[in-house]
Write a protein that binds this ligand. Structure first.
Ligand code: CA
Length: 234
């Protein structure tokens, strides 16, 4: 999922950007209205987070311009203004949702998921490994169609393992991709999370399973995919 943030307040912009990257969205940021509009018109985004008060052109003008040119990318307006009139205006000009500062990241993330659920319905957004399915729009995991509740970190970790299923992942690459730079090299956080994840996704005698690869890292093993691979080789 690719998201564009157009926001001139650096603190809020990086708060959103970092949070979304943690949730494994691809994120671009523009701090100027004019540059933001140009980028929005030249890049395929799944969603735009659009601040209202911006240098250059303001958010409402950007929104009008996009809609007038038939760009129907979902837009969430972000603003310090909180009157009913502003909300109605924003929605009338074609915004999909509206969030007022200050807001919590959890609320923003939930609103993004709600919009993406609606707009991405026709696109395939599911990862599979054996009986396990991970929906990258709703961030929900299922085993035999039963929902498994995951925390944000467990989701990121499982997604990374599933994208790379049957590959051995070093502890270093797991750290870099799931936690970013700030995790201590000697920390056992990865092992703790793997243990939690195992207890949630593994069922005795069924696939897939997370294997520990001694002194290297982990691998999510999906035998069904390996069998397919072997059949294709023959
Ligand atoms: Ca602003």
């Amino acid at each position: 999922m690719r998201v564009l943030i157009i926001e001139d307040e650096i603190k809020i912009a990086s708060f959103m950007k970092n949070g979304l990257k943690q949730e494994r969205y691809e994120v671009d940021l523009e701090t100027n209205g004019r540059d933001g509009l140009e980028l929005a018109m030249n890049t395929q985004y799944d969603l735009i987070l659009l601040d209202v008060m911006l240098p250059g052109i303001n958010g409402i003008e950007i929104l009008k311009e996009l809609r007038a040119n038939n760009y129907n990318v979902p837009v969430i307006l972000i603003s310090a203004l909180d009157s009913t009139e502003d909300r109605v205006n924003g929605l009338d000009f074609g915004a999909d949702d509206y969030i007022s500062k200050p807001f919590s990241f959890d609320e923003l993330a939930a609103r993004i998921r709600a919009i993406l659920r609606r707009t991405q319905k026709h696109k395939s957004t599911k990862l599979h490994a054996g009986e396990l399915t991970l929906d990258t729009v709703t961030h929900l995991a299922y085993r035999d169609n039963k929902e498994i509740e995951l925390t944000t970190k467990e989701y990121s970790l499982l997604m990374f393992l599933m994208i790379n299923k049957n590959k051995v992942l070093t502890r270093n690459s797991i750290t870099q991709n799931v936690w970013g730079e700030d995790l201590d090299k000697d920390s056992n956080v990865i092992d703790v999370y793997i243990k939690k994840l195992r207890s949630k996704i593994e069922k005795k005698g069924t696939r897939p399973t997370i294997q520990s690869i001694r002194s290297v890292g982990y691998r999510l093993r999906d035998d069904s995919a390996l069998e397919e691979f072997k059949n294709n080789e023959n």
